[in-house]
Design a protein around this ligand. Structure first.
Ligand code: IVH
Length: 708
């Protein structure tokens, strides 16, 4: 029995050791299967000897029975907060303030640590055993979330204590117990019999994305951000739910200790905690001057994504903790440390309204009209809502408080609503059934997410249509900017693209506002003449350009060239059947149908006959440059997520214009996956097939002409 008990204790220690290697050090030395087997044996032994079970047994992590409510815990010392600095100047002002109070600050060293955007937790160890864990609460009293914290694998359930064998240096089965770091608790710092440690609990970014991906696949509601999710997970009354969330933590402070010695500098504390088996950041650094500390801090603003978790800044701390303690605090903020905040990337604001824009192809795109809010130095009033499915999935409602993200090059987008902030009057959003611009019914196509306004006379579409018609890859009519186009439509000078060819000098003069005039040397008369000349010149554009200019759904520059090579004129193309069209390489059933549909619409036919009458009716010819090699020739692309600047249609056209092909699904034949924000499962597939993943910027790079 005795030997079995010893075996049991050894096994318990061994499991804890491997747990620490896996969850804290990230360097497991046994396989998951072996670990599970050890844990199973431990469970078996405990089932046979229930009296042996202690709170530090790894079997106790799984999650205890649900509680009715959380008990209150009074913290042994106040759990303090931090004052903020929003830049080097603020940091310097902080330094000046404390220097005036204590001249020793001039010689002081500073520690810089990441300011983890998680939840403060307070961990109690008695005789080396984790006995209680609490939330911060109001700083004086928190909530007892021991059972939940126990499920976090990186929290040690047992730490070495002074009286016991110096376990930190001890070896187990030939392996050092808490090793891989040279910072063991030194003999001068006997681990106290009662130790209270503070850390920040959080969900790492990758785990958060993975969690959301799984939820999305299961058709369940996704979480807003790692912080909210971590907070919700820790405050679950049912610990088995907490156990399912990928929480972890990093420790940085000793709140209280009794019966032992603890280090007196922050730098030593970090090393000491690490030596005891606590997870501790490895990006903390020590500096001999504030200047150096600030410089280091600022480098992390750009590199924050490398941390792997959300950090809202860095904390600059006086290394000498007795000096820091003597400086006292202001309210709840200790004078000895300051939070150097990064510009925010996520903020909340009110979603005043959901607007809907109509694109060239008639796609209705919802966008958020927001209570103006600053994110990272920019005032944001509008944000992307992606599409109507996204709004429905996230249940985003007008009037909601919403979380907005703006990071790097990404266009600001709505992450989702803060449902807890609802007042009850917010109504579920219903997408418009009629086009917000022209009032015609909208349509939905099988297999597509988007809703369309199919009325080609819709003014919103006409503007975009004209814009597209005159663009570089189409009829290339120089000088016809969006402002003039809007004016021309407003003054009824044009109702469709064909009307461009019957514009008079007066029409243009009327549309050219003073604002559009570049310089004095460009009087309205001159602008009008240039424009008329450019319009006239476009009559000689090749057929492929005109086909592109029509803006048929799915027909970009490359497809237009292929079509122009098959049909001598628009008359022939207009008469082609879907079956016939599909014999052309690259024309699938969707595009064939789109083409047939386009030529089947009365309004389009009217535009065509106007174009013909205006002698905008090119015959077949070889487009110059048709057989010139292009940068993306022979390459196949798949696009996922929303790109920083190019819409789905735009990126397709862009790739095709450079000789590439765009397909819907990732396969081994895919040359590149172009990745945007909020990618779908295509990303995972590409990774598993080893398909290279590139950004919009890298795609543009591929299209740059290479030097011969
Ligand atoms: S030190 C006296 N260090 O930031 C100690 N706090 O805005 C005061 N936090 O409530 C805290 N990472 O929850 C400290 N490395 C870090 C931190 C950190 C995150 C949190 C903590 C605190 C809040 C202050």
């Amino acid at each position: 029995m005795d030997t079995e008990f010893t075996q049991y204790q050894q096994l318990k220690q061994e499991v804890n050791y491997h747990n620490h290697r896996y969850h804290v050090l990230d360097t497991p030395v046994i396989s998951d299967v072996e670990y599970d087997r050890m844990l199973a044996t431990l469970r078996q032994m405990e089932a046979e000897h229930p009296g042996w079970v202690t709170p530090d047994s790894p079997t106790q992590r799984a999650g205890a029975a649900p509680a009715d409510r959380f008990e209150k815990v009074r913290h042994p010392r106040p759990i303090l907060s931090l004052a903020n600095a929003f830049g080097a100047e603020d940091a310097l002002a902080w330094y000046e303030r404390i220097r005036k109070l204590d001249a020793r600050v001039e010689q002081a060293s500073f520690i810089v640590e990441p300011k983890i955007d998680g939840l403060s937790v307070v961990l109690h160890y008695r005789d080396g055993v984790f006995v209680q864990g609490a939330t911060r609460g109001d700083g004086e009293v928190g909530e007892d979330i021991t059972a939940n914290l126990r499920t976090i694998r990186s929290i040690p359930l047992r730490i070495p204590v002074g009286g016991q064998a110096a376990q930190a240096g001890e070896t187990f089965s030939g392996l050092p117990l808490f090793s891989t770091t040279s910072h063991k608790p030194g003999p001068t710092h006997q681990p106290p019999a009662y130790l209270v440690v503070r850390g920040e609990a959080f969900i790492p970014n990758r785990e958060f994305e993975e969690l959301n991906r799984r939820l999305e696949e299961a058709g369940e509601k996704t979480y807003l951000n790692p912080r909210n999710t971590a907070a919700g997970s820790l405050r679950q009354l049912d610990p088995s739910l907490t156990a399912q969330r990928p929480l972890t933590l990093l420790c940085y402070q000793i709140v209280y200790s009794e019966g032992g010695q603890v280090p007196t500098s922050q730098w030593e504390i970090l090393e000491w905690l690490r030596g005891l088996g606590f997870p501790v950041t490895d990006v903390a650094r020590r500096f001999e001057s504030l200047e150096a500390a600030v410089t280091y801090t600022e480098t992390w603003d750009q590199r924050r994504d490398e941390l792997g978790y959300e950090a809202d800044g860095m904390v600059i701390k006086l290394d000498d903790l007795s000096m820091a303690a003597e400086l006292g605090f202001v309210g709840k903020d200790p004078r000895g440390a300051i939070a150097f905040k990064f510009p925010a990337r996520e903020v909340t604001t009110r979603l005043n309204e959901i607007g809907v824009a109509v694109g060239r192809t008639g796609v209705l795109t919802p966008f958020a009209l927001l209570e103006p809010v600053e994110i990272g130095g920019v005032v944001v009033e509008r944000a992307t809502l992606h599409n109507f499915d996204y709004i429905a999935e996230k249940d985003i409602r007008p009037g909601d408080r919403v979380l907005i993200k703006r990071a790097g090059e990404v266009i600001p987008y709505v992450i989702g609503p803060l449902e807890g902030a609802r007042t009850g009057v917010e109504q579920v959003y219903v997408p418009p059934q009629y086009c917000p611009t022209c009032g015609q019914p909208v349509e939905h196509f099988e297999g597509e997410v988007a809703w369309y306004c199919v009325n080609a006379a819709c003014p919103a579409q006409v503007i975009r249509n004209v814009e597209h018609f005159v663009s570089k890859g189409a009829m290339d009519i120089n000088g016809l900017g969006i402002k003039i186009v809007e004016k021309l439509i407003e003054t009824a000078a044009i109702k469709d693209v064909a009307d461009l060819y019957s514009l008079s000098r007066e029409d243009i003069l009327l549309a050219v506002t003073r604002k559009d005039r570049k310089a004095k040397s460009d009087p309205p008369g001159k602008i009008a003449e240039n424009l008329l000349a450019a319009i006239d010149q476009s009559r000689s554009q090749p057929l492929s350009r005109l086909i592109t200019a029509l803006g048929i759904h799915g027909v970009g520059e490359v497809m237009a060239r292929d079509l122009a090579a098959h049909y001598p004129s628009l008359d022939n193309l207009a008469a082609a059947s879907a079956e016939e069209l599909q014999t052309i390489d690259g024309v699938g059933p969707n595009i064939a149908t789109a083409i047939v549909d386009w030529f089947g619409r009365e309004r389009n036919l009217a535009v065509l006959s106007k174009l013909k009458a205006a002698q905008v009716w090119p015959g077949q010819q070889i487009t110059p440059g048709n057989d010139q090699p292009r940068p993306l020739d022979g390459l196949t692309f798949v696009v996922t997520g929303s790109l920083p600047t190019l819409s789905r249609d735009d990126v397709k056209e862009y790739i095709e214009a450079h000789g590439g092909k765009v397909t819907d699904s990732v396969s081994k034949k895919t040359s590149y996956l172009v990745l945007g924000e909020n990618p779908g499962s295509k990303h995972t597939k590409a990774l598993s097939l080893g398909v290279p993943v590139i950004s919009e910027e890298q795609l543009r790079g591929l299209c740059q002409p290479t030097n011969p």
